[in-house]
Write a protein that binds this ligand. Sequence first.
Ligand code: NAP
Length: 248
Amino acid sequence: MTLQGKVAIVTGASRGIGKAIAFELGKRGAKVVVNYAKSADGANEAVEAIKAASSEAVAVQADVTDAKAAAALIKAATEAFGRIDILVNNAGTTRDQVIMMMPEEDWDTVITTNLKSAFNCSKAAVKVMMRQRYGRIINITSVSGVLGNAGQTNYSASKAGLIGFTRSLAREVAPRNVTVNAVAPGFIPTDLTATMPETLKGETVKMIPLNRWGTVDEVAYAVAFLASDEAAYITGQTLNVDGGMAMS
Ligand code: NAP
């Protein structure tokens, strides 16, 4: 599954899952725009790793919750590499709390970072992809958006929203040969999950048929597949990469 000649944008690619996705796409030959909000060092590391794997990459700072910044990110990608074949809406955050204790701003931050950012970036990228009559949009949702999770009403709502967004956008852009899919990771060790107490981490393993957490690379492989030409006839789907947690 080569991505030679393709141009990819990965939002939130300075750390964790996004960084692994950016590297995996670059390793397969894509030219990659590595987006970040604050972690310039992490984004530059991702760029250097992709270059060392013999592809091209640039780091572009943009807070994707801001529509103008998201549009500027898409413009920067076309200016750097001439087209956009793959957009991975990965940037995300959590503010976990039971609903009775959840501040309104934590609800807004999570919905804006996880869901509105995908709207902002997709809206700008779709214009380019429709013109090209080619595109792959991959939204990183979560097992929490599929199953729900106590203490994560904001996060689950944003991630379930992304699944509906994926299906609706898939129907809109299919006539122009643009596919839109989601990947729903289960528990993956990154900064996002690092603050979970060890006892709770142990409890989560009991819910996973494969009896372990996943890795950032295992999520990246699924994204690389959906980004490939081999996935041309798959659209509107959510691929669970969760060790079997959400199997139905
Ligand atoms: P992470 O390690 O905390 O990394 C988050 C990334 O998002 C960082 O690169 C961060 O950039 C970026 N980001 C945050 N807000 C941004 C904004 N406004 N604009 C641009 N970039 C922004 O998280 P992760 O675990 O890799 O998660 C990546 C995605 O996978 C998220 O959507 C998350 O919900 C999803 N996910 C994670 C897990 C898990 O177990 N880890 C499970 C299911 C789904 P800066 O470093 O520059 O701030």
